[in-house]
Write a protein that binds this ligand. Sequence first.
Ligand code: ZN
Length: 1081
Amino acid sequence: MFDKIGVGLAILYIFSSVVHYVEPRNIRTVPKSDDGAKCGYSSCHPTKPNMLNVHLIAHTHDDVGWLKTVDQYYYGSETRIQKAGVQYIIDSVVESLLRDPEKRFIYVESAFFFKWWKEQTSEMQDQVRMLVNEGRLEFIGGAWSMNDEATTHYQSVIDQFAWGLKQLNDTFGECGRPRVGWQIDPFGHSREMASMFAQMGFDGMFFGRLDYQDKDERLMTQKAEMIWHGSANLGDKSDLFSGALYNNYQAPDGFCFDILCSDQPIIDGKHSPDNNVKERVNTFLDYVKIQSIYYRTNNIIITMGGDFTYQAAQVYYKNLDKLIRYANERQANGSNINLLYSTPSCYLKSLHDAGISWPTKSDDFFPYASDPHAYWTGYFTSRPTLKRYERDGNHFLQVCKQLSALAPKRSEEFDPHLTFLRETMGIMQHHDAVTGTEKEKVALDYAKRMSVALRACSTNIRNVLNQFSTGPVSEPTSQRPFEFKTCTLLNISSCATSESNSPFALTLYNPLAHTTKEYVRVPVADYKYIVLDPTGKSLTTQVVPVPKPVAAIKHRNSIAEYELVFLASNLPAMGYKTYYIQRDDSSPVNIKPTALPKRESSYTVIENENIKLTFDTNGFLSEVTADGMTRMISQEFLYYEGATGNNAEFLNRSSGAYIFRPKDNNIRFATDHVTIEVYKGSLVEEVHQKFNDWISQVVRVYKQSTYAEFEWLVGPIPIDDEIGKEVITRFKSDIKSEGVFFTDSNGREMIKRQRNHRDTWNVKLQETVAGNYYPITTKIALEDTIARMAILTDRAQGGSSLEDGALELMVHRRLLKDDAFGVGEALNETEFGEGLIARGKTHLFVGQSYLRADVSLKAIERLVQLETLLPSWKFFSNMESYTSDQWLSSFTNTYTGISLVLPKSVHLLTLEPWHDNELLVRFEHILEKDEDSRYSKYVQFNIKDVLSAFNIENIRETTLDGNAWLDEHRRMEFVPEPEDEAYEAYATISESANGGHLLSGAKPMLGVEYSKERLGPGELGAQSNRLKRSANAGHFKLHKRRQQHVDEDSINVSLKTDDRAKYLIELSPMEIRTFVVYLAK
Ligand SMILES: [Zn+2]
């Protein structure tokens, strides 16, 4: 059925001439069986046009780790923590589906599904294939996990969708391809996620959690379903139909028929004294009628399921069967309500077929609040070291993908190792993994998984780098001269090879598609070292002592007292350079670094040709000079005291893993005096600051750099006063930002924020700090007409601008109470028997906001953002068996996989092995359209020139996930309502629904008494700032469908037919293009 509609409506890509140079192997599709696959929109049960159709969605929400580890959830162990076993769920659902073709089920998390799938017999697999082909079992979402949207980076989100969808595609073909996004549990929703869904070809997305005030407003104005503009740069190809579910993702109160629930079954024994059919059906239909008031069409969606439901599927299904039967029997007596087994995509199709137009939205759904004192902004920072480790995992995954693809000779174990890391990173994106909202034991399990997966992939890398460095010799990797070890503790200046071996080799692998330079720091035991580059040239070096607070970390097991610094320049694109580093007592090059004499009475300055930082006599940063102006900019550490309470009512909410709630708005200073040491040399100038016993920092400025680096060390956060603390770094400037600041969305486009404001409703904030916090994946900034200040982070953090000119980032938190959203533990992380210590970096940019002579500051920030996300990876090898001459003459010490270096505005986002003799490649324009007059322009290049290391036979463009041909893919199109007609066209209702459901977090607030702080009309709840009209929900205005149109961005390449033109790629600002590249065998 969709084909008929789809062709009429879909965006028409004039694209077919791109293909068929040689016959490409198609992305696998399951051959149509004789009776024909009847999946997707054509498998939907029919609705009744004159009735209210109630789409019942049988579903289970299976967290890929939360209170239990991934495996504990899968196998169902640790039942005392939670009665949840995913293997039983899938077993049981499949059995029920096989028994009755009427039933439907959706499954979401590919990480769990494929674990189950691999354990099945081929007979069972065939039966499941049949269920999928008939649309009875439908995959929704389909990524490896249901990723968080606040703390995840877009690169990792795309990767984990691509991987999940690839398994579905390889296993089930077209019928396994999800059409609808299903983000029912993540704690707020990002605009970038909407954009990615759209670019992956999804027709729509449903979600569960939005601010309770926003939800109230949207329900009252029938705007819970909308067209979301996912990008300010990409036009309507980033538009996504998005719907907020009425009751998060739970069944209506009293209708959870699962064995996990205690609600009454439907008792229909004719003579049973317990017969409750009439009462139960009445209650359900009453609920249905209320819900339907808030939505526009004569269709509503009701989720019948919850966390780990359907372990005994027949129990749920049996009662659903009865509910449907007895409710629909009333149609004979005039009921106009029709219940049916459905799926989110069938519901979406009904919305589409209603032929009406829809409201639009351009901002995002952050921050999420579930009640007046529960702002889910704590998890933006929770578990800072796990958040950083996850980012390291992404970095290493990209290196591993590239090198596995570039390998001259591939080994058998390459694919399983790479897959292991891919899947582990997929799990890490889950909304209770990288978010830090899992139990401590589960967090440790995630970290352990990552550690094992990183080790697996490092064997691929060692193999490939040895092939490049030493030639294709046949002995096993372990006997090769280079170890290519990763030192995982470089962030506390610890590395066994560099400390203990001399000489040693340092190989820097640059995963970017352009040449880079970077300052390298290597932990060493002494200060007399020489560094040779691959031409044998001795480089300028500088030695800086390891900061005292770092050296003093108890569990640091290292003899390194210094860091050896040098500039690695011309690091080849997607390639490496190896340096030979040797201790040399005779060398006069390095002298023992000593701190500059203390001058209590005067200011301290560190500087280079671009930027100068001044510190006052108390040791605090006080001024920054850059771009020909001096601005007052201070930086300090402060902390909030976490609120504590019994969580029995809103006012008594504790700050916890999810929730950030400061006890009061009196922020505490870490200190009023900072002790400092200053080190200056030819490459870097540093101020080592010690704020107190548990906060210290190094502020540094490298030669030629346009920014300053702040490397902070926080912890163990003291709790002997029995007060939980949430630590922030705050940069205060004299920039007149007037309440406005900018935060990134998953590391991509910037979104404008205004203090105490939401774009689409009049917000009432009872939490003026927490309610102004936003997720910072990579960047926060503010500016006035003259000056601009931007900060890059090295991991996801919460951040805000609570005063004009000031930016703050929460770096670490340690709390003593649970916030009662289910995790059941205080966020009190410990390591080595003490509170957790975290270390990280922020980069500070200050300069002219608009009148910069050369490249704009925004463009520089973008480039640095990329280079700090994916710097070179450091590999260490003992070289004690080789003199420098032998090293120079025996090995290949530079390599590049790219012959045409890409323009700096282009990022080779992905290069990885895909199917046999295929690569998956993504190119990305990293600037927004108005960020820089030069760098924001369209760019054009030839793929063959870029990837000359490969013998390319053909390419074909795909959707963003790499699993569907772009030229063949069609999306449902929804019609936006004209802005000025928005309120004329629809009825709105003037009363809020009975408030309870609007206020509940889906993870239950234990024993909460809503009534104590229920919102009266016009108080905290929704208030439309527009005129409300009286109820008349029956009148919908129909808008004509839009005409077919050509996506203008897509034409340029396709109309040219010669071979060269085929490989010519053009990118507009923020555009990502994805290709399957076919290699000659
Ligand atoms: Zn969940």
